[in-house]
Each structure stands twice: as C-alpha cells, then as structure tokens.
Design a protein around this ligand. Structure first.
Ligand code: BES
Ligand code: ZN
Ligand code: ZN
Length: 503
C-alpha cells in the first residue's frame, strides 16, 4: 500500500472512494465551509436534514452523483470536534476500513482537515488512518476451497492536505507498519494448531529475524534438556511435537545493556493435559499462543522502526497434550531456575513454560521483563473480554507501560499481588512452589507464579486471555484474533528508547 499527498481539490481526485468526515456544528469551524462548498454546496443542507450523520462512527455511503474521479463518497460522523482523540480517529478509520473491504475499494482519498482539532494535526490523522484502515480491512483468509471471492487489496491511500508532505509520509509509514504487524499476529493466532506447530512458529520467527537482521537462536528438546528447562519440558512430555524456545535479539547499541525482555506464552494447543478441559472449553485453544504472537508482532514493528533500545524476545512454544508420557498432577519438576514445582493442575501450563522463558531472558541479560500470555480464564471473570489484566513488581515501569497503552488505546487494568498471595504460591509439602493454589482470584496466582521467576527484576505480567480473541466483530477488526498488545509493547519500547536518550 502506498500513499499520495494531494492538495485538497475535489475536482482532481482519482480514487474509488472519497472519505469526508462530518463533525457536529462544522459551520462554526473556519475553513470548513469553503472547502466543503467546493465539494458540494449542498452538503450543509444534507447534514441539517440528517441524511448525512454527524454521530460518531456513523457511515453514510453515497455514489458520485455526477462524472467525477471517484465512484463513491463515504461520509463518516465524527461527533464533536473537541472530543476527537487519536483513539476515536483510529476507531473511525477502522470502521471505514471495514466498509472499504465491503466495496472492494482499491484506492481511497481522505480529506484530512475535518479530522483535526487543537490536539490532532494532519499527521496524526494520517497515522490513525493508515493504522485504523489497515486494522479494519483485516480478514483471515482461512482454508475454504469453495470461496471464489476475489482478493482485493487496497493499493493507494491518498490524503488531501496542505501539511508538510514528508511528515505525512512518515506518519503514514508508521501506521502501516503497526497495522501490518498486528495483522501478522492475528494470522498466527487464527491458524489451527495442526498447521501452526511450535516448529512452524520457530520457522516464522526465523523469517522475521532474517528480514530485520535480528540475532536468533532456537532451542529444541535436546538443548532444553542440556540446560535443565524442566518446566517447559514437562508440559511438552505428552506431545509428539518438538518444543521450541525462540530467542531473538535486537541490538540497538554496541553494548548489550539496558535490555528489555519480551516473553510470550506460545502454547500452540492447550487440551489441559490430564487436568483435561471439558470439550466446550477446549475449542479456541489454538489461540493459546496469543502472547507469542504479540511478541512477534512487536518485534516486527521494532525491526521496521528500529528504536534505540536493546530488546530480547523469548517465546516458549509447545502444545499441552495427553499421552502415556504426559506429565501429571502430583509430578514435581525442576525449572531452569533451580526452583522445584509441584504440579497440581496440568492445565496451569502457561505459567510453567513462562517460568523457564523468564529465567532464560534474565540469564541472557534482560534488565526488565514483560510477559504476555493467554494465562487464565480468571482474568475474563474479573475484567471481561475487552481489558487486559496486569500485575507488576515495579511502579515506575508500570507507569511507563500505562502511558504506552493509553497511546495505543489498548485497555489494561492492574490487579494486586499481595504477600499472602505469594505465600499461597509457595505452599507445598514437596516443592518450592505449587502451580495452582486455588480458583479464587486465580488470575493473580497465574501471573504471580511467573513473578516468582522474575524475582527483583522489574516485571510486568499481561494476561490477554480475554482480549486476544474476539467473539464478535469489534472496533478495530473482525471476530477472531485481535493482535492485542502488539502495538502497546512496541510503543513502550519506543518510549523507553526516547527516555534513555533524554537521559
Ligand atoms: N489457556 C488457558 C487460559 C485461557 C482460558 C485462555 C480461556 C483463553 C481463554 C490456561 O492455560 C488455563 O487453562 N488456565 C486455567 C488455570 C487453572 C487450571 C488454574 C484456567 O484459567 O482455568
Ligand atoms: Zn491450560
Ligand atoms: Zn493455556
């Protein structure tokens, strides 16, 4: 997808669709009237009569009424100008993206001025448009053989703006990269586990690493045994698929220091193991690698935008299966850290693989850690399907992270992790820790268990069990994988790079 920047002249547009934002009381805004009149002197009249809606995100589609360089006009309601935010823009453009897909548009022209206000400049509009439309257009291709639908890709996004062309182009590229990376993550999550095995995920990671010149190391079963990664190995025991620990390094500075570690849960399928899931609870567990996908997506953005911050990504991948060899409740395992774990529930497998991944990231030099995982059903009970749950051991780090999440509009809510919670994690007659202290508040135990391995290293845990997969179409995309946290993780790394530079 490429972009063209054009002067706002409605007589010269060449695009399938022209997009015009309509705010409440546009007549009060200087400049609007003149340009609008050059589009059609009747627009204010249509708004007044309610044929074109100013209500936020309401889209009215109109064919071009006379011979014009565009076939259709999409009017999108923006509500009150002063209430416009970057997030509202992103949502508006994602809604536009869905409609563009519906009419199979190849080229689109957007007049930027109506989307601006005191806080939102033309480049912000261009960023939100390329990101939002890219997200809204997404569709998982799937494996249907009876589909004869033509694949149509949007090729050109043009912006009618008087702002500086270079800045607009740069904003366009960032938005495009964000959408691409999120959509890549969505693809991974939507893929079934017979196709996306740990080995396949590792091959995908290798492609990403080669494209962006990351150092990459992929540990298989043998290497894990040599290192003593008893936790991920235990989860893998019932599987015929080889486990993989994917380690990627993005070195931004000459010295490998001040490293942020991104750790992802990459369970390609979670049957629950011997603590077997009921049949209805198992469907959808192909998405139990949403954390891994978020980390891979974030690395794609980092590879494209190359912030001045060292990053290590560690992804622990295997499926969680049953067989004569599978691990069982009551088993005691020794993790890479040396800590022993009493297994009370084989369905609490995510925290086990993350334990070894977090330890590995620390040993490889991570100075702060974020783990991302579809870890517990408990987070869904606590926060619903639209909020990511968080835990942390470091207020300052978490504050910085929240700034990033507010920038991207990905809602995160923190839960407490108390000393008495930790005590319950450490309660076992036979080992240092147990992997399932109880069902009450168990999101906290899931994340808190991972925190035992982070130790004193500043750490944030993100439980995306509710947010990784959408049961219906939503603001930024269709039903299915959301690619949640891809943008927030990358934005955090960018912010950390900026604060490092500023001292
Ligand atoms: N992968 C699941 C969590 C999950 C649930 C993800 C729903 C996405 C949607 C995880 O491994 C799991 O099974 N967790 C258990 C933990 C329990 C056994 C302590 C859970 O949440 O019930
Ligand atoms: Zn599980
Ligand atoms: Zn799981």
């Amino acid at each position: 997808m490429k972009t063209l920047i054009m002067e706002p002249d409605f007589g010269k547009i060449e695009a399938d669709v022209l997009v015009i934002g309509v705010r409440e009381h546009p007549e009060n805004t200087e400049g609007w009237e003149g340009v609008v009149r050059s589009f059609s002197p009747r627009l204010p009249e249509w708004i007044k009569s309610g044929d074109i809606k100013t209500e936020f995100k309401k889209i009215v589609k109109m064919p071009a009424i006379e011979e014009r360089g565009y076939k259709r006009v999409f009017f999108i309601g923006l509500g009150l100008q002063k209430e416009l935010t970057e997030d509202r823009l992103r949502q508006s453009f994602a809604a536009i993206g869905r409609e563009l897909a519906a009419v199979k548009a190849v080229s689109v022209a957007i007049w930027t001025a109506p989307f601006t206000n005191d806080n939102l400049k033309c480049e912000d509009v261009v960023f939100a448009a390329s990101e939002g439309i890219g997200l809204g257009l997404y569709k998982f291709e799937g494996y249907r053989t009876d589909s004869n639908e033509r694949d149509v890709a949007l090729e050109t996004l043009s912006f009618l703006s008087e702002a500086d062309e270079d800045e607009l182009k740069a904003a366009f590229e960032v938005g495009k990269v964000h959408a691409f990376a999120v959509n890549e993550a969505r693809n991974l999550v939507n893929m079934p586990s017979n196709i996306l095995t740990a080995t396949k995920m590792a091959a995908y990671a290798r492609e990403v690493a080669e494209k962006y010149d990351f150092e990459i190391e992929i540990l298989g079963k043998k290497e894990m045994e040599e290192l003593g990664m008893g936790a991920i190995l235990a989860v893998n025991k019932g599987s015929v698929e080889e486990p993989k620990l994917i380690v990627m390094k993005y070195a931004a500075t000459e010295k490998w220091e001040d490293v942020v570690g991104l750790v992802g849960k990459g369970i390609t399928y979670d049957t629950g193991g011997y603590s077997l899931k009921p049949k209805d609870g198992m469907v959808g567990m192909k998405g139990d690698m949403g954390g891994a996908a978020a980390v891979l997506g974030a690395m794609t953005i980092i590879g494209e935008l190359r912030p001045a911050k060292n990053v290590i990504a560690v992804i622990a991948s295997t499926d969680n299966m049953v067989s004569g060899e599978a691990f069982k409740p009551d088993d005691v395992i020794t993790s890479l850290s040396g800590k022993t774990i009493e297994v009370l529930n084989t369905d609490a497998e995510g925290r086990l693989v993350l334990a070894d991944a977090v330890t590995y990231a620390k040993q490889a030099g991570a100075d702060c850690l974020i783990d991302v995982a579809t870890l517990t059903g408990g987070v869904i009970v606590a926060l619903g399907m639209d909020k990511t749950g968080a835990l942390t051991n470091d207020e300052g780090f978490f504050e910085e992270f929240m700034q990033a999440s507010m920038e991207t509009g990905e809602f995160v809510w923190r839960l407490p992790l108390t000393e008495s919670d930790k005590k319950r994690l450490r309660k076992s007659d036979v080992a240092d820790l147990n992997n399932s202290p109880g069902r009450d508040g168990h999101m906290i135990f899931g994340g808190g268990f991972v925190g035992e391995f982070a130790g004193d290293t500043p750490w944030i845990h993100l439980d995306i069990a509710g947010t990784s997969d959408a049961s219906a179409a939503h603001d930024l995309g269709p039903k299915g994988a959301t690619g949640v946290m891809v943008r927030t993780l990358a934005t955090l790394v960018e912010r950390m790079a900026d604060t490092d530079i500023e001292g």
